[in-house]
Design a protein around this ligand. Structure first.
Ligand SMILES: NC(=O)c1ccc[n+]([C@@H]2O[C@H](COP(=O)([O-])OP(=O)(O)OC[C@H]3O[C@@H](n4cnc5c(N)ncnc54)[C@H](O)[C@@H]3O)[C@@H](O)[C@H]2O)c1
Ligand SMILES: [Zn+2]
Ligand SMILES: [Zn+2]
Length: 393
């Protein structure tokens, strides 16, 4: 089959590889009918995930048709159309039993790698390097889906692929991002990043009762989409001082009650401390180890005292210049994590079915899997007003 493989920093290619096979009785094989490129794929593409190996198949946002099931699979059968969550979870461990699916204790076969860095291992993830299990991803013609009774959700026949594909990650991620911000009726919510995750976090913030939603980015067409699709107010800047001043002006000096980081570790930035850190980084060649938490710094400074901070944006490794003192003294509350997908997919599928949200509105590029290398470039460089790339094998 054809699959998109990583060959090194910013080098991905569509290669011919062996078809996946059933390896455990709970597996299914899915023929992929649609797959997308995620902001998280950019961290891999850019070589920021240390445990990715040459030849790994990427992709964790995908859906398709079940073509084969292992002997223990009872919920799915050949021919079912399914959307598959990016996290792989057993459904039966201490963590899965508390709906903490992305912390599944069983699904990550490489727990030793994770344990040495983090103390414990998170769940397996498709196409996300070896620290999360080294599973082959879904930017391919076929994928092996472990724990097939727990993850994939069946798609009603009247819903086309594009209407449900983003239930595989970014809609649940935006939704959990908003839920983790503990929004109370009428709260002002500020969301950093108008990419796909940020946009769905904005839609979700309204669903959860926000009174006002303010989005921050510096990419014109994304800010435009935030205003037209998610009906939010916007701040057009990556500059820490400007964002702080504007947010204070908009909230009478109080700051937003809830702040969401939908950017993660590859934030752009400028502001007071930027120059100092960046010169240390480049002189010591520490770029990979020293991520600059521009957005987290802004959030801590801007958030209302005692406010809630939610971090769906992805970080790996360790951070420098994290404003721990201000965060502690302002009494801020934090929630974060990879999305507990299996908790959200069915209820959010219902919102899609009822027409509460149109997930297709953020798709700007439709490509064939053969064009995936070009798709990565376009998405990374935000060329051609790119917000979201969907590919068909
Ligand atoms: N927690 C999860 O389970 C989960 C799942 C999917 C994606 N993610 C993460 O969510 C993040 C966003 O994903 P995406 O697909 O929307 O990515 P994306 O790269 O398309 O969007 C990120 C946006 O952030 C903006 N940005 C950069 N620096 C900024 C700054 N200083 N202030 C404000 N905006 C800034 C960029 O201009 C861009 O529009 C990524 O880190 C991704 O890895 C997490
Ligand atoms: Zn994703
Ligand atoms: Zn589990």
């Amino acid at each position: 089959m054809k699959a998109l493989r990583w060959h090194g920093k910013e080098d991905v290619r569509v290669d011919n590889v062996p078809d996946p096979k059933i390896e455990a009785t709970g597996d299914a094989i899915v023929r992929v009918t649609a797959t997308a490129i995620c902001g998280s794929d950019l961290h891999l593409y850019g070589g920021k995930v240390a445990t990715l190996k040459e030849g790994d198949i990427l992709g964790h946002e995908f859906m398709g048709e079940v073509v084969e099931t292992g002997s223990a699979v009872s919920n799915l059968k050949k021919g079912d159309r399914v959307v598959v969550p990016f996290t792989i979870s057993c459904g039966n461990c201490f963590f899965c039993n508390q709906d903490l699916y992305s912390l599944c204790d069983v699904s990550n076969p490489n727990e030793d790698i994770a344990r040495s860095e983090m103390g414990h291992a998170p769940a397996g993830i498709f196409g996300y390097g070896h620290i999360t299990g080294g599973f082959a991803g879904g930017q391919a013609e076929y994928v092996r889906v472990p724990y097939a009774d727990v993850g994939p959700v069946k798609v009603p026949s009247h819903l086309p692929d594009e209407k449900v594909l983003f239930l595989s990650d970014i809609f649940p991620t935006g939704y959990m991002g908003a839920e983790n911000a503990n929004i109370k009726e009428g709260d002002t919510v500020a969301i950093w990043g108008c990419g796909p995750v940020g946009l769905f976090a904005m839609k979700s913030a309204w669903m959860l009762g926000a009174g006002r939603v303010i989005a921050i980015d510096h990419v014109p067409e994304r800010l435009r989409l935030a205003r037209s699709y998610a009906n939010v107010e916007t701040i057009d800047s990556f500059d820490a001082d400007q964002v702080y001043e504007q947010l204070m002006e908009m909230t009478d000096g109080m700051g937003p009650a809830a702040c969401i980081d939908a950017v993660g570790m590859e934030a752009h930035g400028s502001g007071a401390m930027t120059g100092i850190l960046d010169s240390i980084k480049s002189s010591a060649k520490l770029d990979k180890q020293l991520q600059h938490p521009y957005v987290l710094q802004q959030i801590v400074k801007c958030c209302r005292k005692g406010g809630n901070i939610s971090v769906p944006g992805v970080y790996t490794g360790f951070l420098n210049m994290f404003p721990m003192g201000p965060a502690m003294n302002k009494g801020l509350n934090w929630k974060m994590g990879q999305t507990h997908m299996q908790k959200y997919m069915q209820p959010l599928m219902e919102k899609v079915e009822q027409g509460d949200i149109d997930l297709t509105a953020i798709i700007t590029h439709r490509l064939s899997l053969d064009d995936a290398p070009e798709g990565y470039k376009i998405f990374q460089e935000k060329r051609d007003n790119c917000v979201k790339v969907v590919m068909t094998p």
